[in-house]
Ligand binder design. Structure first.
Ligand code: ZN
Length: 189
């Protein structure tokens, strides 16, 4: 974040301001290209992050084979169709196979895939696969619930709608009881 914004991106934002009929030289907008460029770079910084580096050292041998669930992980992403935010929460569960992961790592894995241009369906699958790969778990389940500003602010303006996507791997896919337990745990208040 402390690096200066890409000059190319700054220039593009300046052009964009002109294209929408603004004057980039007016007071309030003088530093806007710099701010927008930096904020955009941050919002898509997940592309540069490696899951191995995040997981590194946070896998622990454990005999437990009961479901581990982290609920309500907040996320903010950008829809790749409009470059507008979509945001909400993600629930991540897995059934360990001899290894558990430090719980704070799951939200960080979510951020890696949220901080890029995304579609919600793909983000959900990518999180599930990354957790599965890192842990070699018996099963992984990810459900995401999101509000999309591209729907809320424009066009249809469906402000109360939310979108849910899910990805079930391993025993969550093959065993309806495991899946049902997960679904009941995440729907509990
Ligand atoms: Zn969109």
């Amino acid at each position: 974040m402390s690096d200066p914004a890409s000059p190319e991106l700054k220039t593009l934002v300046e052009h964009m301001l002109v294209a929408i009929g603004e004057d980039p030289q007016r007071d309030g907008l003088l530093r806007t290209p710099e701010r927008v460029a930096k904020s955009l770079e941050y919002l898509v910084s997940g592309h540069q992050q490696q899951i191995d580096e995040i997981v590194n050292g946070a896998l622990f041998k454990e005999d437990c084979d009961e479901m581990v669930l982290v609920r309500d992980i907040e996320f903010y992403s950008l829809c790749e169709h409009h470059m507008l935010p979509f945001y909400g929460k993600v629930h991540v569960a897995y059934i360990p196979d001899g290894k558990v992961i430090g719980l704070s790592k799951l939200p960080r894995i979510v951020d890696v895939f949220a901080r890029r241009l995304q579609v919600q369906e793909r983000m959900t699958v990518e999180i599930a696969r990354a957790v599965q790969e890192a842990l070699g778990a018996k099963g992984v389940a990810v459900v995401s619930e999101a509000s999309h500003l591209c729907m809320m602010m424009r066009g249809v303006a469906k402000q109360a709608s939310s979108t849910t996507t899910s990805c079930m791997l391993g025993s969550f896919r093959s065993d309806p009881r495991t899946r049902a337990e997960f679904m009941s745990l995440i729907s509990r208040n």
